[in-house]
Ligand binder design. Structure first.
Ligand SMILES: NC(=O)c1ccc[n+]([C@@H]2O[C@H](COP(=O)([O-])OP(=O)(O)OC[C@H]3O[C@@H](n4cnc5c(N)ncnc54)[C@H](OP(=O)(O)O)[C@@H]3O)[C@@H](O)[C@H]2O)c1
Length: 250
C-alpha cells in the first residue's frame, strides 16, 4: 500500500538499535529521508549506515546524547541544514533499569527522567521551528503505565509523564495543524531480548506472550507499522491519543 510518504523528512531518536532501528528502516523503505541519533559508539552505527545506504534516500546517523541540551540543539541544527523541515518526529530513545523502589538512588531516578522526559521535551522544543501544518510527532510510551511494574516505578513514571506532555501539546499545537500521539508498547523483541540466555528468553517469551491476546511478543517492524500510519495522511484526524501496539496485553 502506498502511504504517500516518499520524500517526507523524519527524525527518529535512538535509531541504532531495537524499536528505533526497525522504525528507521521501515521509514527509509517507504521513501522517507531519515535522521537518527544514538548515544554511544557501537557496531550498530556502521551496520545501520550500511543498511540505509543500500535502501537509498538521504539519511544520516548522528551521535547526540539527549541528556545534553547542547547535543540536542546540535542534532536539530543538522536536521535543519540537511532537510530544512520535519514531517515526522519520533521520540523513541529511552532508558530503563530494574531497581527496588526502596533502594532507588536519586541519581538513577534523575537519569531515567532526564533521558525519557527531559530528552523528549528538548527534542520537541528544538524541533518546533521545523514542524509545520500536517506534521506528526510520535512518542514511544509503554503499556507499563496502566499495568504498573515492580522495580520499574521510575521508568513507568516517565512514560506516564509523556502521556501528559503529549495531550497538552496536542491542544497547544492543534491549531497549527501539528499532531501529537503516543504509541504505547507491550513487550517487543529487540537485540537486548535476543542477547538474553536462551532459558531466560524462553521464560520471558512465555510469560509475557501469555499475557497478550495474540499469544506472542511483538517486533520492531510491527511498531513501525503504527508509526507509518501516524506519519501518513490516513491518520490526519488522530491527535492527543495513546495508541497501544501491544498484541492485546493485559
Ligand atoms: N522493547 C520493549 O519491549 C519496549 C516496551 C515498552 C516501551 N519501550 C520503549 O521503546 C523505546 C525503544 O526501546 P528499545 O527496547 O528499542 O531500546 P534499546 O534497544 O535499548 O535502544 C535504545 C536506543 O536509544 C538510544 N539512546 C538511549 N539513550 C540515549 C540518549 N541519552 N541519547 C541518544 N540516544 C539514546 C540507544 O543508543 P545507544 O546504542 O547509543 O545506547 C538506542 O539506539 C524506549 O523509549 C522504550 O522505553 C520498549
Amino acid at each position: 500500500m502506498d502511504l504517500a510518504l516518499q520524500g517526507k523528512k523524519a527524525l527518529v531518536t535512538g535509531g541504532t538499535r531495537g524499536v528505533g532501528r526497525g522504525v528507521v528502516l521501515a521509514l527509509a523503505r517507504a521513501g522517507v529521508d531519515v535522521v537518527t541519533c544514538y548515544q554511544r559508539e557501537s557496531d550498530y552505527v556502521a551496520s545501520l549506515e550500511a543498511e540505509l545506504k543500500e535502501t537509498g534516500g538521504d539519511h544520516a546517523v548522528v551521535r547526540a546524547d539527549l541528556t545534553e541540551p547542547s547535543d540536542v540543539a546540535g542534532l536539530l541544527e543538522q536536521v535543519k541544514d540537511r532537510h530544512g523541515r520535519l514531517d515526522l518526529l519520533v521520540n523513541n530513545a529511552g532508558a530503563i533499569s530494574h531497581i527496588p523502589y526502596a533502594e532507588l538512588p536519586l541519581e538513577e531516578f534523575q537519569r531515567i527522567f532526564t533521558t525519557n522526559v527531559t530528552g523528549a521535551h528538548l527534542v520537541i522544543q528544538n524541533a518546533l521551528p521545523l514542524l509545520g501544518a500536517g506534521s506528526s510527532v510520535v512518542s514511544i510510551g509503554s503499556r507499563a503505565v496502566e499495568a504498573g511494574i515492580p522495580l520499574r516505578a521510575h521508568y513507568t513514571a516517565t512514560k506516564a509523564a509523556l502521556v501528559g506532555l503529549n495531550r497538552s501539546l496536542a491542544k497547544e499545537f492543534g491549531p497549527k495543524g501539528i499532531r501529537f500521539n503516543v504509541i504505547a508498547l507491550g513487550v517487543i523483541e529487540t537485540e537486548n531480548f535476543h542477547a538474553l540466555p536462551e532459558e531466560q528468553r524462553t521464560l520471558m517469551a512465555e510469560r509475557y506472550g501469555a499475557k497478550t491476546a495474540l499469544g506472542r511478543l511483538g517486533t520492531p517492524d510491527e511498531v513501525a507499522g503504527a508509526v507509518l500510519w501516524l506519519a501518513s495522511d490516513l491518520s490526519r484526524y488522530v491527535t492527543g491519543n495513546v495508541i497501544g501496539v501491544d498484541g492485546g496485553i493485559s
